[in-house]
Design a protein around this ligand. Structure first.
Ligand code: NAD
Length: 266
């Protein structure tokens, strides 16, 4: 079988570099081009020493000359819609990992994917373990009335609480059909963190951490902890590779790695 031709948008960034490295190790994928707004060279040397691929700050140039079947995007939210328009118009499938997209962006991506008959996967978290943590927390929240989340990240993270912690709290409350029970005491204290749907979220920021989250559920005489830790960006790669393999078989939008894995069915 012919390998899937993949181009990386944002190839010089932290995720882009990890992805280029990972693609070189996948026998059923072929990296055929790379784009980055910071590109100053015409070619990107591949980290496995197998050669180079065309590199450009001009996405159109890469789409036209390298003929990718899939573009994988890890850039900034601002760069996503121009990419969606250019790629879908040329029948190129997309895997989008960039975070910070609005509900309107998602709707527009869905419309564009359907109109052009291409596949698009958008997932704000490609770490399989993180998606499973959220899924298990949703199940547990149906049976235990109290929950708190501790999310821990590196000190350079700008937002707090993390998008994953907010999404976890909202998904847990939605699965349960009602907010969680809030403790009677200390609810308004400064040290109690952010309240979302009755769940208190605590944010820790320290050098030495990457991305970690613990969901602690409580019931009379018991607690249940569900914890996910990342120790490297390679944690996202199996999820991204799965998305690349699936997106070429699909038309329209698949939103979230949980949907791709079939977890949203329960
Ligand atoms: N979905 C996930 O699982 C997941 C995991 C980690 C990071 N992310 C997200 O991926 C994105 C990138 O993260 P990062 O840590 O690699 O950031 P980064 O800043 O290291 O890399 C972003 C790269 O995109 C390039 N870029 C910016 N605008 C561009 C444009 N218009 N055209 C082409 N290239 C452009 C930049 O030059 C940079 O090299 C962020 O939104 C981050 O939140 C998602």
């Amino acid at each position: 079988m012919k390998p899937i031709r993949v181009a990386v948008h944002g190839a010089l960034g932290k995720m882009g570099q990890t992805l280029v490295d990972a693609l070189c190790r996948e026998p059923d994928m072929q990296i055929v081009g790379a784009t980055d707004i910071k590109a100053t060279e015409d070619y990107l040397p591949l980290p496995d020493g197998s050669g180079t691929v065309p590199l450009s700050s001009d996405l159109k140039h890469i789409l036209t000359n390298c003929q990718p079947e899939v573009v994988v995007d890890f850039t900034t939210a601002k760069a996503v819609m121009p990419l969606v328009r250019l790629a879908t118009e040329r029948g190129v499938n997309l895997v989008i990992g960039t975070t910070g997209l609005s509900a309107d962006d998602i709707k527009a991506i869905d419309g564009q994917a359907k109109a052009k008959g291409v596949g698009v996967v958008v997932a704000a978290n490609f770490a399989l373990g993180a998606v499973l943590m959220m899924h298990l927390a949703k199940i547990a929240g149906k049976y235990l009335d109290h929950a708190e989340i501790i999310e821990l990240h590196h000190e350079r993270k700008l937002d707090a609480p993390s998008g994953t912690a907010l999404a976890t709290a909202k998904a847990m409350a939605q699965a349960r059909g009602k907010p969680f029970a809030t403790p009677q005491q200390g609810g308004k204290s400064d040290s109690r963190g952010k309240q979302v749907e009755g769940i208190t979220i605590h944010s820790v920021r320290l050098p030495g951490l990457l991305a970690h989250q613990e969901v602690i559920l409580g019931g009379a005489g018991q607690t249940l902890s569900i914890r996910h830790d990342t120790s490297g960006r390679e944690c996202y790669m199996p999820g991204v590779m799965l998305a690349i393999r699936e997106v070429v078989k699909h038309k329209g939008l698949i939103y979230g790695l949980d949907t791709l894995l079939g977890l949203e069915k329960g």
